[in-house]
Design a protein around this ligand. Sequence first.
Ligand code: PEP
Ligand code: MG
Length: 758
Amino acid sequence: MLESLRTIVQEVNAAKDFGEVLKLIVHLVKQVTKTGTCSVYLYNPEDDNYVLMATDGLNPDAVGKVHLSSRQGLVGLVAAKAEPINLEEAEAHPNFAFIPETGEQRFRSFLGAPIIHHRKVLGVLVVQEQEKRRFDESEESFLVTISAQLAGVIAHADATGELDRLIHPREGVWERVYPGVASAPGVAIGSVVVVAPSADLNVVPLRHVEDIESELCQFRQAMEQTKRDMHALDKSMVGKLSDEERALFDVYVRMLDDHALGGEVVSLIEEGICAQSAWSQVVLRHIRMFKSMTDAYLRERASDVEDLGRRVLAYLQQSETKRTTYPDRMVMVGEELSAASFADVPLEKVAAIVSVKGSRNSHMAILGRAIGIPTVMGVVDLPWASLEAQEVIVDGHIGQVIVAPREEILETYIQQIYEEKLLAADLEKLTDEPCVTTDGHQIALWVNTGLRLDALLSLDRGAEGVGLYRTEIPFLMLDRFPSEEEQRKSYREQLEMFAPRTVTMRTLDIGGDKDLPYFPIEEANPFLGWRGIRICLDHPEIFLVQLRAMMRASEGLNNLSILLPMISNLAELESALELIYQVYDELTEEEGYEIEMPNVGAMIEVPAAVFQIREIARRVDFLSVGTNDLAQYLLAVDRNNPRVADLYQTCHPSLLRALCHISEGARGENTPVSVCGEMAGDPIGAVLLMALGYRVLSMSATNLLKVKAILRQVSLAEAEALLEEVMLMPDAQSILAHMETALKRPEIIGLFSRTKVH
Ligand code: PEP
Ligand code: MG
């Protein structure tokens, strides 16, 4: 049974569409259980009935036509009770009903299992037999297991609209709405460009081509190159491997022949599919086939096919001419986009970013916000590889991607884009206005930077300083560590751009989800592992070079502050401070630089630091609260995991209490404290932070004017009164709702407007 289960899961994964999955399941379940009939009924919310959606055994014409309520027949009973029903003498059961439309013969035995997802009955999976038969326990648990697997597939199909399309087939292109995590505000309509990593068979985007000859030619070349490699490998192994073992290379070469894999690929290319995608489709199909074989030796061959597949794909990707034309409004779509994905595309054309993995606080999302590009992360159901060149709407406010939108939806969004432009123009009028509350309290609005572009944007928006320059971002764009001189130059550029305003440079904060391609860190729990200051202290050669580059860059400007990330104990802080003083002394006393000692601060982003706030505050010139990580660590919610994105709440009462403790601790030591996490750039978050005592807020440039607009509309006294009220509330939802209601006023209504389209 386990083997059959594995096969079913593989076949299901390989199936192209949802209808095909259902057909496959009923077919395979019927085979495995050796019954006369297997069928799937799915819940249709429109008539509150269960509709026969696939069958092997009943009349195929009945599919889509037979609707049963939860009071009808044994199928209805399984759904109503939400538990399996196993009957040897079905006809004797009071709920037995004969449904002639299904074309069923009178059956005697019945086994039905509910298909349940998140406590909701989505359908019923049934096997039935004309003969008298007792389905045994293992058959019953097999059906329950398949139903549980099927539940995930159905929920996915529901999210993507496939379920609806199957139950209500209609003509024409279908609009599909994919939910994700709202990660950078704004709306964009554009054409998809799929960004895929290399030599990975599973992530080859499906592209259609017109120049079939050129694809065939690329494919043949890649085959020839791989065959040559195989022959060379074969020769180099003479004497090292036995003749039998070496025979494998021969098998590889034969697999590439026209009457084997090669031939299938050529046919697909001739249908207009690009060589890379044709190759990956064929290879993946063969891998699945080998994996499902019962013979252990043959199953093992799957990895040979995979290896061969990767080799050919690498050649195909090499021969691919680098893309030079991009649509003017391109939507970057990928499975796991990272900062490095920007390296290959013209940034000025990027209208939106969509990533299947990641969440609001992934670094890609932070970059999206920094540059002002609508971003939706964690769109887990998106069939991203097949979206090349499709028109999509990306809604970064509520987090959704709409593929093939209907005319009315397009119009709604075109109107929204227009209104947002008006709001932006309105906000721009505030650029030179001070950020002062209605009762005269000044709040300093600083910016977070990392790219040259966001620094420029920040200057346009009237930033009063840089509260966080993420130095790892330029590091992420390279293929090796930058030299001291390279670093000095880029730091100098930032410092010059903002002088005389302060630029707070954070020392290298890699690890977690920020992996340098040339310094990979493999860990089971990267956010709890080797990250931030921990890496820098273990690699003083990297840390010292960076500190030297920063201080040398500040010569003559003296507007540098240095910020230490991920401090979780005093020893780390003291060791880092020692190295900073050491560099300063070397530069000024031994090398003759005339530099003022920069202010040095610590990030408060780990709960341990919150509870040692006074000890830390005493040792540094300033503190900066990183709410992104503090929320992640305090709430035990991965900032990148879309499954738990709803639990990532910056208005959580515990986080507000921690922020209060930090603010009071810093005040007690007379140490300036700012906030540089994303909460500072959220209009409601900013009001709360001001009320909590924070007077310097550092945020993405795109949020600066929105935050200024709201702070100019409230008084500190009002914000403090609101804080007092929300501090008594039990959860983030109530706090957020209360704040929104209290702060919605005509002058700033645009800051809260959101449209949900379904
Ligand atoms: C934070 O954690 O809040 C922060 C500002 O740092 P980063 O997002 O770069 O981890
Ligand atoms: Mg952080």
